[in-house]
Design a protein around this ligand. Structure first.
Ligand code: FMN
Length: 239
């Protein structure tokens, strides 16, 4: 079994996107086709609530069938019974959300992560206490901007966004700020998964542990300033 092809849903529970199989405690868990469709939909919408109506018509895909919330309630309850390891919350009486499993940032609450996830700018959290300061959280605006999924980013140092374009003056400022544990704002040339150039106004701030004043995380804010940068370059060419 190739572990790279699995998404961790919770402790000892994995999802294989290609075959749509769930492995729980090292054993495959049989799901009905409706349960599989439901789980796929919930995973695609990690941390975001989906209404019963959307789930209903996604599963039955038949607008002649009359919407009945009971079908969804019982399907959710069967899925919970089959996979008690999942955290599926019920919001506003009729919206369901699958909570993303995060064992790497235990001291940041789900509530804070939800706020970060809804921010307009890209946000990343890295762990400088791990080798090479890997990313441990990215929000949706980040994955939308760069076209990578969170699974493709988490565990890597953010420098991969620079591709081969490593000769950038802003990077010296970043290196110095990180080593001195200070805030920094620079504009970097970054590249999306499909290779498109993006001017990224990046702000990095150290976050210290209040108990011992030691560095705990770095928070990165990624703002797409490509349009402004292109305009500046055009004006420079004109004069
Ligand atoms: C929280 C955080 C977010 C970062 N985000 C980006 C980013 O969006 N784009 C980028 O090119 N570099 C980003 N970096 C900077 C790189 O990770 C790295 O520090 C930089 O390339 C300089 O170090 P290096 O010489 O080891 O590559 C980020 C760093 C941190 C700590």
């Amino acid at each position: 079994m190739n572990i790279n092809l699995l998404i961790k849903l919770s402790n000892n529970c994995y999802w294989e996107p290609k075959t749509q199989a769930v492995i729980y405690d090292n054993h495959p868990v049989p799901l009905t086709s409706n349960m599989t469709t439901l789980l796929t939909l919930l995973i695609e919408h990690y941390d975001r609530p989906i209404s019963s109506i959307d789930i209903f018509f996604h599963i039955w895909d038949d607008y002649d069938k009359e919407f009945n919330p009971k079908h969804i309630r019982s399907l959710i309850s069967n899925l919970r019974k089959r996979l008690p390891c999942l955290i599926i919350n019920n919001y506003y009486g009729g919206h369901y959300v699958l909570k993303k499993f995060r064992d790497n940032i235990p001291d940041i609450t789900d509530y804070v992560l939800e706020i970060l996830d809804q921010a307009k700018n890209g946000l990343t959290i890295s762990d400088p206490n791990q080798p090479d300061n890997p990313v441990i959280f990215v929000n949706e605006a980040f994955t939308d901007l760069f076209g990578y999924t969170s699974e493709e980013v988490i565990g890597r140092n953010c420098r991969f966004l620079q591709g081969e374009d490593r000769d950038q003056t802003g990077l010296d400022e970043v290196r110095e700020a990180l080593s001195k544990q200070r805030d920094v704002t620079v504009t970097l040339r970054n590249y999306t998964k499909s290779g498109e150039l993006i001017f990224n106004e990046l702000t990095i701030s150290p976050i210290f542990d209040k108990k011992n004043n030691k560095i705990k995380y770095f928070l990165g804010v990624q703002k797409n300033v490509t349009a402004v940068q292109k305009l500046i370059q055009q004006i420079k060419r004109m004069i």
